[in-house]
Design a binder for this molecule. Structure first.
Ligand code: PLP
Length: 458
């Protein structure tokens, strides 16, 4: 088989800035050893997130110029609505400024005290919006998805038996909706099978509970289904995506992921009443229903992006990028979550630095060394991000996994960039015995990973 190439050529470039190791040492010290506090200009390859970091196409930029900025009834809205409806089949398409705004509206209406919202794994903004409403967010990931060292095709699947039991225990009347996140972002970008979506829907149908998709990476999920699930090899990406949404009564979407734009999102719904209430809340919090927190030009770019993201050559290149980076570093012995998911490669910091315990933040040590060694920015997903203090002893309670996420922006970096990233990771891995843990010198009471400062242990 020939090399899978980037299915685009480059028309406009943005220089990236090289720095010396000495400069990076100073930059990192000034940033309190927290890469979130580094200026993006001082980063060579930025793998902090795949959210809102996509490169837009020439057609999307043309759409930006075409944008109709009419307050009401803009033609850009109708193009957007048609593009979203073509994929979701949903009756009501409500634009929002990003994914969490759609979540906020949905759960302000359906959530509240005494309610439960199951999901394969809630993304953190989804969980936060549910909890803010007073409801309880419940994760029901299939057992296999909890084992980073086990390779399986659909590690994002929901545990259907757990869902059945949960509905029996809590009562369907206390479960306003069930959600499935495709792909499972918090679980490493692992896909959900069509069979699993179908099975969850059938349980929901028996109890009259609507099913919603958290659809941020629906196209990446659709491509995994085509690759791995029997019966889908000859279907188009659009057909697979349409089938996924056909089981859902609604969806929330961050267009900053699989709509290939820098800002945007939507809520799609079938229920008349829920749609009416959502639109009323939208008018208070986002804007008029035909722009909802976005400019007309943004709606054009989303509509165009949703077409481009379902191009099979694009998705082949996209999924291959994470797999390629994963293969390269795995071959050098670097421990990662296997198989790689759609949008990122996750280094297993526990196995990478077995001698640094969670309380000395092994993931942070790797993140900082990747920056020092090669100007690469990743993010720690472990004791810094999710560590909690024991209320009695004050001891840090670490989460079950210590990870470093290297998220891949869409259509931004080339294969040689990825080769370089692999070389830097392998170099850091070779010198891992010299790495030291960290201690925290400042932390905010909530979401401390964004602003905490650190000091290396001597
Ligand atoms: C990014 C994301 C969201 C939230 O979207 P924003 O556009 O960042 O508000 C929700 N769910 C998942 C799975 C995501 O990846």
């Amino acid at each position: 088989m020939k090399t899978i190439i980037e299915p685009f050529r480059i028309k406009s470039v943005e220089p990236i800035r090289f720095t010396t190791r000495e400069e990076r040492q100073q930059i990192l010290t000034d940033a309190g050893y927290n890469p979130f506090l580094i200026h993006a200009d001082d980063v060579l390859i930025d793998l902090l997130t795949d959210s809102g970091t996509s490169a837009m196409s020439s057609k999307q930029w043309a759409g930006i110029m075409e944008g109709d900025e009419s307050y009401a009834g803009s033609k850009s809205f109708y193009r957007f609505e048609a593009a979203v409806r073509n994929i979701t089949g949903h009756k009501y398409i409500i634009p929002t400024h990003q994914g969490r705004a759609a979540e906020k509206i949905l759960f302000a209406i359906t959530g509240g005290e005494g309610k439960y919202i199951p999901n394969n794994t809630h993304f953190d903004t989804t969980r936060a919006n549910i909890e803010y409403s007073g409801a309880v967010a419940v994760d029901m990931l299939n057992e296999i998805g909890k084992h980073p060292e086990i390779r399986a095709d659909f590690k994002g699947n929901m545990d259907v038996e757990a869902l059945k039991k949960f509905i029996a225990d809590q009562g369907a009347e206390n479960i306003p909706l069930v959600m499935i996140t495709v792909t499972n972002n918090s679980g490493g970008g692992q896909p959900v099978s069509m069979q699993n979506i179908r099975d969850v829907k059938s349980v929901c149908r028996q109890h009259n509970i609507p099913l919603f998709l958290d659809a941020c990476r629906f196209a990446e999920n659709a491509y995994f289904i085509k690759l791995r699930e029997p019966g889908y090899q000859n279907k188009s990406m659009l057909e697979i995506a349409q089938e996924m949404f056909s089981y859902a009564d609604g969806a929330t979407m961050s267009a900053k992921k699989d709509a290939l734009v820098n800002i945007g999102g939507f809520l799609s719904l079938n229920d008349d009443n829920l749609a009416m209430n959502s639109r009323n809340l939208l008018i208070v919090t986002e804007g008029f229903p035909t722009y909802g927190g976005l400019a007309g030009r943004d709606l054009e770019a989303v509509a165009q992006g949703l077409e481009e993201v379902l191009d099979e050559h694009y998705l082949q290149y996209r999924i291959r990028t994470a797999e390629y980076l994963g293969e390269k570093i795995l071959a050098a012995g670097v421990p990662i979550i296997e198989p790689t998911g759609g949008h990122a490669v996750y280094i297993d910091a526990k196995r990478f630095l077995p001698n640094i315990p969670g309380k000395f933040y092994p993931g942070q040590a790797i993140v900082n060394e990747l920056y020092l060694e090669g100007g690469i920015r990743g993010v720690e997903i472990g004791s810094v991000m999710f560590g909690k203090y024991d209320k009695k002893t004050g001891e840090l309670i670490s989460p079950s996994m210590e990870l470093v996420r290297l998220a891949l922006p869409r259509r931004v970096y080339t294969q040689s960039h990825v080769d370089y990233v692999a070389e830097v990771i392998i170099e850091v891995f070779k010198n891992r015995d010299a790495l030291k843990g960290y201690k925290i010198t400042y932390e905010a009471p909530m979401l401390r990973h964004f602003t905490a400062t650190f000091e290396p242990l001597s």
